[in-house]
Design a protein around this ligand. Structure first.
Ligand code: NDP
Length: 451
């Protein structure tokens, strides 16, 4: 077996791995990156990017319906699922080749194949052996499916992106990010959607008012909720999949999609051979410098199960490359990470929920408002958006900002700077609003709500 020497070998060419490889090479390191599937990783190939394209596609039905209120008459619009999937595939191919070009231009050696650790300084990829000064594990996560009879009849988000035809009756299982996003996608495209969640309300961990607003907006779009149940058994029926739920109720669907979480992809990676220890669910434990239990081996992104978001993996990969090869010590910082759920209506949030703030702080003030997005008024849509600021009453600092409604992710990205910078409610109050927008609500919230 031929041995090749590198300063850094990266296993996994997703967001975190590619960023770390490119930045390290830019600092002058000799870098190789290996990838068993497609360069770009979950986000580009089967995550954020194709998901957002499907969300856009699904929003047209609402736009067509609302257009009538503005004087438009449309002949009944037709939708083609295969045309959408083909268009999505072309865009993913384009992005995949851009990622490959970026690596080439940075002088990183791309090795297609599954990388496995064979020792603390060695990675095998098929018949090649790479000898590495430092190794970065950035292999991401994989969907996790409950172990129930007939589970193989269900799909996960991985397969949802490549279905040959649009299912009519869809059951989504789970109440997290992926479940609510895909419920909105299928419903917007015209499928009949039910969402089954084992507890009392979707989006556990989000601010309670956010959860209620999203639930109500989704229900208004025709999505049905089955709470306090999970599928117990799936069986192939003549015309679909028969699902028996944990409360013994039964129903038939054309497609059952498990959105029941993702697990670090650490199996069969040779971690034991290298001495890398893992914690629950195979998560690789790392410190603030993304160091594993082995001195020269590092891990970033979903495989470490810290904050499983693409921009976080990018930050972790970049910080690591700067620390190792750029002479800049950069610990990672997971404080006040903004995030969005591209549900319909969408949510975006940064900082503490009201519930977290009340637990962590001595005195909390909450400013809250619901509003009818202006576009909805003439369209005749009754749905309301929601804005909420959570303030530390001792310091006046805004510690949480939550928005549900059109453009929420675009709005909160800017406000995340203010929250991260530690600005106070007074700073928000002396900022002039942009009129007429929804975002101006966030600088005109004057009255704290009563406890
Ligand atoms: P989540 O962890 O967000 O949600 C998993 C859901 O499945 C939870 O509601 C959980 O319930 C439920 N569940 C877990 N196990 C079972 C089971 N055995 N039976 C029934 N229900 C079960 O995972 P997702 O898969 O939605 O997403 C994975 C991660 O990917 C997210 O946490 C997020 O970090 C990232 N992501 C981010 C996106 C974004 O930024 N917009 C979009 C998509 C994904 P319970 O609440 O009871 O645990």
């Amino acid at each position: 077996m031929a041995s090749e020497r590198y300063d850094l070998v990266v296993i996994g060419a997703g967001s975190g791995g590619v960023r770390a490889a490119r930045i390290a090479a830019g600092h002058g390191a000799r870098v190789a990156i290996c990838e068993e599937s497609r360069v770009g990783g979950t986000c580009v190939i089967r995550g954020c990017v194709p998901k957002k394209l499907l969300v856009y596609a699904s929003q047209f039905s609402e736009a067509f319906a609302d257009a009538a209120g503005y004087g438009w008459t449309l002949d009944s619009p037709q939708f083609s699922w295969p045309a959408l999937i083909a268009a999505k595939d072309r865009e993913i191919d384009r992005l995949n080749s851009i990622y490959i070009k970026l690596l080439e231009n940075a002088g990183v050696d791309l090795i297609m194949g599954r990388g496995r650790l064979v020792a603390a300084d060695r990675v095998a990829v098929d018949d090649r052996e790479l000898v590495a000064e430092k190794i970065l594990i950035a292999v991401g996560g994989r969907p996790q499916v409950p172990d129930i009879p007939g589970a193989e009849l269900a799909i996960t988000s991985d397969e949802a992106f490549d279905l040959e035809s649009q299912p009519d009756r869809v059951l989504i299982v789970g109440g997290g990010y992926i479940a609510v996003e895909f419920a909105g996608i299928f419903a917007g495209l015209g499928s009949r959607v039910e969402l089954a969640y084992r507890r009392e309300r979707i989006l556990r961990g989000f601010d309670e008012d956010v959860r209620k607003a999203v639930e109500s907006g989704m229900a208004g779009r025709g999505i049905a909720f089955r709470y306090h149940v999970a599928p117990a058994r799936l069986e192939q029926a003549d015309r679909g999949i028969e699902v028996t739920f944990s409360d013994d109720s039964r129903a038939e669907f054309d497609c059952v999609m498990m959105a029941t979480g993702r697990a670090p992809y650490t199996w069969d990676l040779g971690l034991e051979a290298a001495g890398v220890t893992t914690a629950e669910q195979g998560r690789i434990q790392v410190d603030h410098f993304s160091r594993t239990s082995v001195d020269n081996i590092y891990a970033v992104g979903d495989v470490t199960d810290r904050v499983n978001l693409t921009p976080v993996a990018l930050m972790e990969g970049h910080a690591l490359a700067d620390t190792l090869f750029g002479g800049i010590e950069r610990p990672v910082d997971h404080d006040n990470v903004p995030s969005a759920v591209f549900s319909q209506p969408p949510v975006a949030t940064v900082g503490l929920s009201e519930e977290q703030a009340r637990e962590e702080l001595a005195r909390v003030q909450v400013f809250w408002s619901t509003f009818t997005p202006m576009k909805y008024t003439v369209a005749g849509r009754s749905e309301k958006g929601m804005m909420k600021l959570v303030v530390d009453a001792e310091t006046d600092r805004v510690v949480g900002c939550h928005v549900v409604g059109p453009d929420a992710p675009e709005i909160v990205q800017g406000f995340a700077v203010a929250v991260r910078a530690g600005l106070t409610k007074k700073d928000f109050d002396r900022t002039i609003g942009i009129h007429p927008t929804a975002a101006e609500e966030l600088v005109t919230l004057r009255q704290a709500v009563e406890d």
